[in-house]
Design a binder for this molecule. Structure first.
Ligand code: BDR
Ligand code: CA
Length: 328
C-alpha cells in the first residue's frame, strides 16, 4: 500500500452497525486518513448502542483517542426503524466486544452533542474536511441547518447511500436514505460537494468465505473482529434462506476515499423522492439529452452529485485486507 503523503482530514458519521465497524477499523488503520472525530446517529441500532459499539470498535482497533459524540436519536420526520434483522439487536450481530473505558467527547466536563462537536472540529481545522457519512444523514442535515457557516469548511460529503438501480429497504430505496429521506435531501441540496457510494458498488465488494474464516483465526485482534463481522454479512436467498454475502459494505466508501481510481463515476443530477411508494429513492438522472420534463419547464431542480457506478471489487478487497492487517 503506497502511503498517502498527506492524510485526508475526515469526520466519520456512523450508525455502528456491522459494516460501520468494518469501516472504522479501516479508517483508523489507513495512513492516508486522519479521523478528526466520529459522530453517531440512530440507524442500524438505537443511538446509545451505536455509541457503545463505536467506542468498543475503536478499542478493538487499538486506536488513538478520537472524539466520539452521540447525535440524533431518530430521523427528522420518520420514526426510528429497527434494523436488528440485519445487524442483530446489539447492532454488531451478537459479537461481544470487551468493555470500553473510552468516554464520549466532553467540554468542561459536559458531553457535547454530535453537531456541536462537528462544528468545533470543522472550524478548528486548517483545511477543508471530508465528511464520510455511513448512516442516515440526520446529523449532517441538522449540522447544516444549525450552523451553515461550517459549509465552506467541508471539502465534500462522501456518503454511503442511495442507488442508481435497485434498492434494499424498498424496491427502489436504499436503507440510509430511506431511513431519513428529508435529511439526505437537505444534504444533496445544500450546495456542498457530494459523492454517492451507493448500492451499485456497495453490493459488489465481497470477501470470499474462506478468507473470512481465515481472518477469524488470526493472531491479531482487529483481524479476528473483521473476520467475525464479515461472516455476519448475510443476505436472503431466493427461498428466503440466509446466505453469506461477505460484503465489506460501508468500508467500501472509505476505500473510495483513498483509491477513487478503482471506480467509474458520473457527475449527474440526483434528488431524493420524498413521497409515496418510492419515498427514499435517489433519482439519478443519467440522461444525455433534455427530456420532455425540461422542454415543458417541469424539470425537477436537482444538484449534481458524483455517483459511483462500477468498482474494481478485487482491488478494494485487497486494499481493505492489507490495511486492516497493519492493526494489532
Ligand atoms: C446501509 O445500511 C446498513 O446496513 C449499512 O451499514 C449501510 O450503511 C446499506 O444500505
Ligand atoms: Ca452504516
Amino acid at each position: 500500500m503506497a502511503p498517502s503523503p498527506h492524510p485526508i482530514p475526515v469526520l466519520l458519521d456512523v450508525d455502528t452497525g456491522v459494516d460501520d465497524a468494518l469501516a472504522i477499523l479501516f479508517a483508523v488503520a489507513h495512513p492516508g486518513i486522519h479521523v478528526l472525530g466520529i459522530s453517531c446517529v440512530a440507524g442500524n441500532a438505537a443511538l446509545p448502542q451505536v455509541v457503545q459499539n463505536t467506542l468498543g470498535v475503536l478499542d478493538a482497533a487499538g486506536a488513538a483517542p478520537i472524539p466520539v459524540a452521540g447525535g440524533a436519536h431518530r430521523p427528522l420526520i420518520n420514526p426510528a426503524r429497527d434494523a436488528s434483522h440485519v445487524h442483530g439487536p446489539d447492532g454488531l450481530g451478537g459479537i461481544e466486544l470487551e468493555p470500553t473505558t473510552r468516554a464520549t467527547y466532553e467540554v468542561d466536563g459536559h458531553p457535547v452533542a454530535a453537531i456541536e462537536m462537528m462544528r468545533q472540529l470543522l472550524l478548528a481545522s486548517d483545511e477543508p474536511v471530508t465528511i464520510v457519512a455511513l448512516a442516515p444523514q440526520t446529523n449532517l442535515a441538522l449540522l447544516l441547518r444549525a450552523y451553515p457557516e461550517v459549509a465552506p469548511k467541508i471539502a465534500r460529503v462522501l456518503f454511503m447511500g442511495g442507488s442508481a438501480s435497485v434498492g434494499n429497504a424498498t424496491a427502489v430505496a436504499e436503507f440510509n436514505v430511506w431511513h431519513d429521506p428529508e435529511a439526505a435531501a437537505i444534504v444533496l441540496d445544500s450546495g456542498v460537494s457530494t459523492f454517492m457510494y451507493g448500492l451499485d458498488v456497495f453490493n459488489r465488494v465481497a470477501v470470499p468465505l474462506e478468507k473470512a474464516v481465515e481472518l477469524q483465526a488470526s493472531t491479531r485482534r482487529a483481524e479476528r473482529l473483521a473476520g467475525h463481522l464479515i461472516s455476519h454479512r448475510m443476505g436472503v436467498g431466493a427461498g428466503k434462506e440466509p446466505v453469506y454475502t461477505g460484503l465489506i459494505g460501508d468500508a467500501g466508501a472509505l476505500c473510495a476515499l483513498v483509491d477513487p481510481d478503482a471506480l467509474r463515476t458520473e457527475l449527474v443530477p440526483v434528488f431524493v423522492e420524498l413521497a409515496g411508494a418510492t419515498r427514499g429513492q435517489t433519482v439519478v438522472d443519467r440522461r444525455r439529452f433534455p427530456g420532455e420534463d425540461s422542454m415543458h419547464g417541469l424539470h425537477e431542480q436537482a444538484g449534481y452529485t458524483e455517483v459511483a457506478l462500477e468498482v474494481d471489487a478485487e482491488r478494494y478487497i485487497d486494499l481493505y485486507l492489507s490495511t486492516i492487517a497493519t492493526l494489532a
